[in-house]
Design a protein around this ligand. Structure first.
Ligand code: FAD
Length: 273
C-alpha cells in the first residue's frame, strides 16, 4: 500500500481579494502585516486541489494507496477538508496549536514534517508549487529537506513506474522535463497538471459527515518552544496594496457607426489596437 500525504493550505479566494483591492476595500492588519480576511471567503489553495487530483490520478491508474491530507492552521478548515474528502482523500489531519501562531514558511514546514513523521511517514508527499496568497513556494522543498528526502518541483504529471520509483514530468519554461525519483519524495504540483475533478453530489454529501483528526504540537511530538524558534526567522516588514485606477469614458455619437469610429480612435490612441 502506497501512502500519499497531500499538504493543503487554506488561502483567501483570489478573485474576492482582487475585487476588494479594485474597490479600495482591501485592508492590511498593521500588527501582523497580513491581509484582513474578514468578509473574504477562504478555501483550498488551487495548487493543492491539483495535488489531491494528482493523488487521485495515481489511484485511478491502479495504485493501491491511502491518501492523507494535512493542513496547518486556517480559519475555516472544514471547507478544505470537506473538499478533500469529497475528491477522494481517505484521512484528514488538522494541525492546530497556540504555539503555531505567527509561524513563517520554515515553521510551517517543521510542523508538517513532524506530523508526517508522527503518522509513520509517507511514500509520496504531494503539495502545491506555491500558496496563491503569498506565492512563496518554500514549504514543500523545506519539508523535503527536514525529512532528508528528494524534492521534485513544478510537476505536471506523476506516475509510479516501478515499486519505489516515481516518474515526474516537470513544467519548464521551454517545454517539459521528465525525471525519475526514488521514494519517499516530495513533489510540488503545478497548474499544468490540469483542472481538478469536481466531486459528485453523492461524494460531496458523504464528505460532510467526515471530520479531520485534530493534532496539537504535543500530539506530533513537537516542542512548542522549538516551533516558536523555527517559526519566526523571516519577519514581514511591510506589505502594500498596489493602487488600481479605473476610468470610464462614455462615447456619444449620432449613430452606431459614429460611436464605433470614436471607439476605434480611442482604442488606437491608447495603443490597444
Ligand atoms: C497557524 C498559522 C499562523 C500564521 N501566522 C502568520 C502571521 O502571524 N504572520 C504572517 O505573516 N503569516 C502567518 N502565517 C502564514 C505563514 O507564514 C504561511 O502559512 C507559511 O509561510 C506557508 O505559506 P507559504 O505561502 O510560504 O506557502 P508556500 O511555500 O507558498 O506553499 C507551498 C505549498 O506548501 C503547502 N503548505 C503551505 N502552507 C501550508 C499549510 N499551512 N498547511 C499545509 N500545507 C501548507 C501547500 O501544499 C502549498 O501549496 C501563519 C500560518 C499559519 C498556518
Amino acid at each position: 500500500m502506497v501512502k500519499i500525504a497531500v499538504l493543503a493550505k487554506e488561502v483567501p479566494d483570489s478573485d474576492i481579494v482582487d475585487a476588494f483591492a479594485f474597490a479600495g476595500r482591501l485592508q492590511i492588519d498593521p500588527a501582523t502585516k497580513t491581509i484582513r480576511r474578514e468578509n473574504i471567503a477562504v478555501g483550498m489553495n488551487s495548487y493543492d486541489a491539483q495535488a489531491v487530483e494528482a493523488a487521485m490520478r495515481l489511484r485511478d491508474a491502479g495504485v493501491d494507496c491511502t491518501i492523507q491530507v494535512l493542513s496547518v492552521g486556517g480559519i475555516a478548515p472544514q471547507a478544505l477538508f470537506q473538499r478533500s474528502f469529497a475528491l477522494g482523500a481517505d484521512e484528514g489531519y488538522h494541525l492546530v496549536d497556540n504555539s503555531f501562531a505567527g509561524v513563517d514558511s520554515m515553521g510551517c514546514a517543521h510542523i508538517l514534517a513532524a506530523a508526517i513523521r508522527h503518522l509513520g511517514g509517507a511514500d509520496l508527499i504531494l503539495c502545491g508549487r506555491q500558496g496563491t496568497d503569498y506565492d512563496q513556494g518554500v514549504v514543500g522543498p523545506t519539508v523535503a529537506a527536514l525529512l532528508d528526502i528528494p524534492c521534485v518541483s513544478i510537476a505536471k504529471d506523476v506516475r509510479l513506474v516501478s515499486p519505489g520509483i516515481a516518474r515526474v514530468v516537470r513544467a519548464i519554461p521551454d517545454g517539459e522535463e521528465t525525471v525519475d525519483v526514488e521514494l519517499p519524495a516530495v513533489v510540488t504540483i503545478s497548474n499544468e497538471l490540469g483542472v481538478p475533478r469536481y466531486p459528485t453530489a453523492m461524494a460531496a454529501f458523504a464528505a460532510r459527515r467526515k471530520k479531520p483528526v485534530t493534532l496539537s504540537a504535543a500530539d506530533i511530538g513537537l516542542d512548542a518552544a522549538r516551533v516558536a524558534l523555527s517559526g519566526e526567522r523571516v519577519r514581514r516588514v511591510e506589505i502594500d496594496i498596489p493602487k488600481r485606477e479605473g476610468t470610464c469614458q462614455f462615447l456619444e455619437g449620432n449613430s452606431a457607426s459614429d460611436v464605433a469610429a470614436k471607439l476605434a480612435q480611442a482604442l488606437s490612441k491608447e495603443s490597444v489596437i
